[in-house]
Design a protein around this ligand. Sequence first.
Ligand code: SF4
Length: 193
Amino acid sequence: MSEMPKILLLSCCAPCACAVIKKLHDDGVDFAVAFYNPNIHPEAEYIKRRDEQKRLCEQWNIQFVEFEYNPDVWFKQTLPYKDEPERGKRCDICFELRLKRVMQYAKENGFEAVASVLGVSRWKNLAQVNAAAARASAQVGVPYVEIEGRKHGMQEARLALIKELQLYNQDYCGCVYSEQQARLRKAQQAENK
Ligand code: SF4
């Protein structure tokens, strides 16, 4: 039996979440997966990532909670920071907004804590995610549990699961700005070849 509290895990996408979900499941933790990602653009991409996450949860018999898709709320808060690079101020707001919403749901639905996989990718600044989680936690009053997703073989496990389960793996974080920045990066790389 796990000593972990009942957790609501915010997932941004199946490829980031797969190894953490498997570990929690194998460890007998009582948890559900939350999908609140109004940052993802365009909607077709949101649907693709949501369906992939849902498929994984169904395959492993894990509760999946889909939230509303309300990009207007996300755009309103992040627009002043549209030109920020990834890991900048826009990401502070993006993380906090999503974590706060999931914490509110957790509070109203019998979960004891929230965790996330927002810092699993090597492109992310884990300290930035944890700071946003601490701000959200202080406002909503729900504890945030940091779950290891990078070290102790977790990255290797994640890459192996992506391959084994043939998970759809996107090449940008999620928002329209990160999509544009990724496209620009690719064009510059092609030009330098
Ligand atoms: S780059 Fe990713 S974390 Fe940052 S604002 Fe865009 S979607 Fe959110």
